[in-house]
Design a protein around this ligand. Sequence first.
Ligand code: ZN
Length: 257
Amino acid sequence: MFIDTHVHLNNDEIFKHLDEVLEDAYHVGVKKMIIVGYDLPTSTLAVELANQLEGCYAAVGFHPTEIKEYTYKEYQQLEELAKKPKVVAIGEVGYDFHWNITTKEEQKDAFVKQIELAKKLKLPLIIHSRDAQQITFDTLKENKAQEVGGIMHSYSGSVEMAKEYIKLNFSFGISGPITFKNGKNMKDVVREIDSKYLVSETDSPYLTPHPYRGSENGPKYLPLIVQEMANIKGISVDVMAKNILNNVKRIFGDKYE
Ligand SMILES: [Zn+2]
């Protein structure tokens, strides 16, 4: 059995044909998924879907490009959502300096608030970090995120940085780029980092793996990612999938059955 630790079933494009997406995923053995929110509506929908769907869990949080309008009220609503039984993490949260939508200060403020929320509710974090490796690490460290740890989503940083993140109690989400010719960093991380810190994710509908790049990504492609991880580690796909399942249970704890 495979687990997709980062999937946006709450994204409009996927939601339009959700039954088909789920059927295709179940068909190839992807039976557990963590549906990740990125703003208030998608976090709300992630929780609703997790409540309805067997094997699905939710993460709730405000992505760094989506925070502009959010005030105390929205953060209160996020906290209420985060207390729901099938919510296993706060995310995706972090920094994104690729898009010029929010300032560094705005992003830091939102990120720190959500790290505090994760610690208050004892939930791990799912971190989004784009063009922001060092500041992401520094903010997590300064705010003692190691108390809860979590996952560096779609991690494409260096092996050296990965070792530092492990000290902060973080593991790594391995996604479609592992199958890309130019996915060197991610391949290096899988090769050099102990299997117990690696989990699998698709980030659907984004980051479609080879050879399906250019079409919509879905959890049905997760086995391609796990297969590539297994090839690099020189183990069978079954053993790799079992390792990942154990890692997910360790990271997400009691709430994740
Ligand atoms: Zn995502």
